[in-house]
Structure formats: structure tokens, C-alpha cells
Design a protein around this ligand. Sequence first.
Ligand code: UD1
Length: 461
Amino acid sequence: MTVKGAEFWYPRQGNGTGGFPLFTFEPGPDHASYIIEGQHRLTGTVRPSGAKNAVLPIMAAILLTKEPCTIVNVPALRDVSMMMGILTALGARIETGTTAGQPSLTIQVKDIASTAGPPDLMGEIRSSIFIMGPLLAREGECMVSYPGGCAIGPRPIDLHLKGLRLLGASISEEYGRITARTTGLRGADIHLDFPSVGATENLMMAAVLAEGCTVIHNAAKEPEIVDLQDFLNLIGANIRGAGTDTIRIVGRSSLGGGAHAVIPDRIEAGTLAIAACATGGDVRLAGTIPDHLLALTAKLGEMGAEITEEDDGTLRVRANRRLRATDIKTLPYPGFATDLQPQIMALMSLADGTSILTETVFEKRFNHVEELRRMGADIRVDGRTAVIKGPARLTGTTVQASDLRAGAGLVIAALAAEGTSVVRGVEHIERGYEGLEVKLGSLGAVIKKKDPYPKVRASTG
Ligand code: UD1
């Protein structure tokens, strides 16, 4: 698959920020690897990038307005590049730049050029589904293919479709393509069977231009949903309640433009915090929102790490001794994030005692277990529960990242392991981590990215 639009190329800076890697991507075993020499203690200060899960729905939300919008603190991620490709195919003009020293995107969709999502790109990222709500609201029509994303179990979109139907869309599915049409969306009372993050966001975006009032009950409460509300309200929407389980939206006839800085990535911050603990390190995470990390920091504290919040909001994470085992269940926010489950599993395998880790959000999110075992971890899986016996003596070997967060878990194990590890599948990791090797390297990790062959820059054709 070729991502079109090399004119969007934005070179990566020395500190790991910037850079929208648009390149030819053929998934396969020959992709880039991280070569990691383990057992180097992480120390120093690092600043996580803007949140992937905040920027993607906000990019899609810009389809709702004719006016230009600027998003600031945009992370340079593969998924962001993919979304840029999708929006461009729909008629967006996108400019990359910097605003107040931070990478930014200015997007304007004066006219919708097409209401059909490009199938090749739609299949690459789960977030492609976010174009549905805005296109239906603005144009009364959209055609999408089933979204792609990480291989972490079935990821149906029934809740998105059910909600859109309640708002007045008629939806048909044929040959893997979904067509939705409406003569005008109307506000409705929607009760989500599960607090799905994506469905909550898609329905919020559809409802902002619907006639009348929409109430989403049992909504997801993730901070990224609050960020989407803040952005939409900034450009003229009327939404209240994001961050609670009831969101109320009063429809408007049109929206304007504006500039919005996305929140810091709590999952990246959490990953770096766990990496610090796994190496017995002392790391300051600058520019984070510590409240977004409470479920993790409470658990790290229970395990024996020392977490302190400094005056300027910097979070200091120290692990001076071997950590203790603990039990964790992943849950929708404010529970423990499923996106930190592989990383904490790597840490649990190093801790003293038996930990129990239960995955309740996704059905098949234990792809990393086999690879961690190959490094020496003692993990037994029974259904959705993993029993991790520690402390294991992890040793370096070649492992394969099967998805984004599984890759992050393997990197953490490799940072703590004796000897050298090769983590393959870096293309998955780059979907959600900006310059991970640069950031870890700045903290003292010995990590190199090895490309098997030079990247081919995309053509603009
Ligand atoms: C978002 C995040 C992802 C995170 C996940 C859970 C983005 C871009 N991605 O994904 O990083 O892991 O939240 O915190 O924000 N479900 C249904 N039907 C639906 C929708 C979801 O059954 O229509 C199920 C899913 O299969 C899954 C669970 O609900 O088991 C959670 O999914 P959801 O909250 O929708 O996750 P995403 O929005 O896909």
C-alpha cells in the first residue's frame, strides 16, 4: 500500500519530535527492528508527545466545518499520516507547520470531494471509522470499508452503527463496504451497551450538526473524549458532559474554525514510566497530566515504585528496589488502561511474587505472552487472565511485535533483559509512538533502529 502525499513530509527533529513518515509500507517480516542492549538504567527527563487517540478523532472532526482548523502538539505517527491520507482523499487541504514551537497541522475542508473513504487507507487504521459521523452530518452520506487496526481480537463497529441509525441514518452493508445515508440527522437518546471510546466519539461528531438534542448514555469517559468535546466546542458546538457517562449535545447548523492543542499522550507517558521502573530508573515525565495516569501510578506505587508529582506537573518515577507483584484488571477509564496491559505484564514478570492480570476490554490481547516467554518470562494464560510468576531472569533474543502495545511491552522487557534483544515489527510501534528509540536513548537506553533496506519515499501521484 502506498500512502500518497509526500508533500506532507515533515522532517524529524533531533529531539524525536516532528516528522510525518510517509513511506511505502508492505507489512512483512523484513521491516525495521529495534536492537536493544538491556540492563541500562533509565535516568533523566523526557516529554511525551501529543495523544494519538486525541488527535485522530479531532482530525476527522474537521470534516464537519468549511473553516480552517489548526491542531497543535501533533505527534509524528504512522496513524496520523494515514488519517492525513484519508482526509486528503475526501477533499481536505492539509499543511504541516509549527505553532508555538510545537508540530501542528492546519486542515481545511472547504468542499467534500468524495463521501467514500479510500479503501486501501481505511483498511490500515481503526480510526478511519471516525469519518462516518462527520460525513453523514455534513453531506448526508458516507461509504466506508471495515476499519483496520491492531490485531487484538474482534473489533466490531455495531455500536457506532446502532447509534447512527438512532440519529436517523439508514445503513446497508455489502461486499465489506458500509453505506450510510440520511435526509438529515435528528437528535436522539442513545444508550451504549458498552462504553466504547470510538462509538462515543463518532456519535458526538454526528450529533453536533443534528437537529435537536442528543444524549449519549453509558458514554466512555476517556480524557481523549473530553479533548474532542473541547475542540468541538471551540469551533462552535454545544456539548456538555464529556468525562462523565452522560454526554448532551445540542445540534448547531454549522461550525467555525479555531486552533486547539491536543492533550499529552497518557499511554506513551505510562509506557515510559513502566520502562523507568523495569530498569530500576529515575525518570521525570515532563508536561504530562498526572490525573490521567492515576490508575497506573497507583499500581506502580503498590508495586514499590516511588511516584512524585513535582510543582510544574512533572511526574517523577523512581524504582530503587525490586518491585512486588500485584493484581490488575483492565477496564474502561478511569480503570487501568488496556493499552498499558502488555507493558505492565513485562514489568510484572520482573517483580517478586505472582501477579494476576485480567484483560476485560479486548478478547485477544495476549499476543505478546509467547514472545515474553521466549525471553524467559513465566506466564500462564487461562482465557482472559494471565498469571505471571516473578522475578524471571529475562534474556535477550529476537522477538516479534504483533501489534502496537505488544511491541511496547517487548521493548520494556528488552530494556530490562540481560544481553541484546531484537524487537521486530517496529512499523507497529511507530503507529503510536513518536521516536520511541530517540526518547529512550535520551534516557540512557542503548537502542538502535535498524532498517533492513532504505525507506522508499512515496510519490505524489
Ligand atoms: C480506543 C482506542 C484504543 C484503546 C480502546 C480501549 C482510539 C483511536 N483507540 O479504541 O487505543 O485500546 O479505545 O480503551 O481511541 N466494541 C464493540 N462494538 C463497537 C465498538 C467497540 O463491541 O461498536 C468493543 C470492542 O470490540 C472492544 C471494546 O468494545 O472489545 C472496546 O472498544 P472501544 O472502546 O470502541 O475501542 P476503540 O475505540 O476501538
